[in-house]
Design a protein around this ligand. Structure first.
Ligand code: C2E
Ligand code: MG
Ligand code: MG
Ligand code: MG
Length: 291
């Protein structure tokens, strides 16, 4: 930021460089705005601007809700809702993802404990884990501590990581995932098919589950290409003995196509959007009656 400002000043001093000057000023403004947003994000947790939504995961044969994914939301005081695709990378950069991710993990465990006490003891809670959290040496102890504190069997907590995030440091990721696996939690590979070398990772890492990325599900059943990709992923999952869930299921046609292709689980607007905890409890209560 400083370097940019200095550069902008130097440019401003020299004449006949109006266009360049304007260009630098624009970049400068963007950098400032981004820095401001980063500073706001740094305070978001203590200002109670963060909250969680919960989205159902459904077994396509029994039509029952088997799990729920926790999704983070940031309501900025001026700018309103900001997408996690925008602020999660910022939080990873600034390392604010460590306290934020820990808050998500603990809140999700606390929430699952509440639902378990209402009798929903089969429900599995999925939480997204960022690359930075995965590299954190304390993460395994922290997960074990939270499972114990909130009386959650390890196999009712699922941690989702992306291919891109394990790429950051393959050795450390591999070791950390092995330790998490030993702790008994379920490990899911998120956004499957969008990263690199998916096949080798399936062998190398102790995943229990793959999540077919929404971008492939979008094209079903019309797109021949997506159909082939989705069916290949489902077969791949079966050969490796992995659970397979499709993300971004929005229509009955997509669902029936996936079911016929042998996919056992789905998640998407067709079953429910990410919702508040009370709304999710209502959905749980009413679900079986409406099937
Ligand atoms: P993801 O983990 O792959 O989550 C799925 C995203 O797809 C979510 O977006 C969800 O709202 C959206 N989605 C689910 N079903 C449908 C559908 O049928 N149609 C459409 N159009 N969208 C659907 P969201 O909540 O905006 O989150 C985006 C990404 O941000 C997540 O992708 C995840 O990578 C990241 N993220 C969200 N919460 C957290 C968190 O607590 N920690 C970390 N590290 N990352 C998070
Ligand atoms: Mg996810
Ligand atoms: Mg995903
Ligand atoms: Mg994603």
């Amino acid at each position: 930021l400083l370097q940019q400002s200095e550069f902008a000043m130097i440019m401003a001093k020299s004449r006949n460089k109006n266009r360049y000057q304007f260009y630098i000023a624009t970049i400068d403004t963007e950098i400032r705005q981004r820095k401001k947003l980063e500073m706001d994000l740094h305070l978001a947790l203590e200002q109670s601007e963060l909250s969680l939504r919960f989205q159902p995961q459904v077994n396509l044969n029994s039509s029952r809700i088997i799990g729920v994914e926790t999704l983070l939301r940031w309501k900025h005081p001026d700018k309103g809702l900001i997408s996690p695709d925008t602020f999660i990378p910022m939080a990873e950069n600034s390392l604010d993802i460590i306290p934020i991710g820990d808050w998500v993990l603990e809140s999700a465990c606390n929430q699952l404990n509440v639902w378990r006490q209402s009798g929903y003891t089969e429900l599995r809670m999925a939480v997204n884990l960022s690359a930075v959290q995965l590299q954190d040496k304390n993460i395994v102890e922290r997960v074990e501590y939270l499972l114990n504190k909130y009386q959650i069997p390890a196999n009712k907590l699922e941690l989702e990581v992306t291919e891109t995030s394990i790429m950051e440091d393959i050795e450390v990721s591999s070791a950390q995932l092995q330790r998490l696996k030993q702790a008994g939690v379920i490990l899911a590979l998120d956004d499957f098919g969008t990263g690199y070398s998916s096949l080798s990772y399936l062998k190398r890492f102790p995943f229990d589950k793959i999540k077919i990325d929404k971008s492939f599900v979008d094209g079903l059943p019309g797109s021949k290409e997506n159909t082939v990709i989705v069916e290949a992923i489902i077969q791949l999952g079966k050969s490796f003995g992995l659970e397979v869930i499709a993300e971004g299921v929005e229509t009955a046609a997509q669902e029936s196509h996936l079911r016929q292709a042998g996919c056992l689980e789905g998640q998407g607007y067709f079953y429910g959007k990410p919702m508040l905890d009370d709304e999710f409890l209502d959905v749980l209560k009413n679900w079986d009656r409406h099937q």
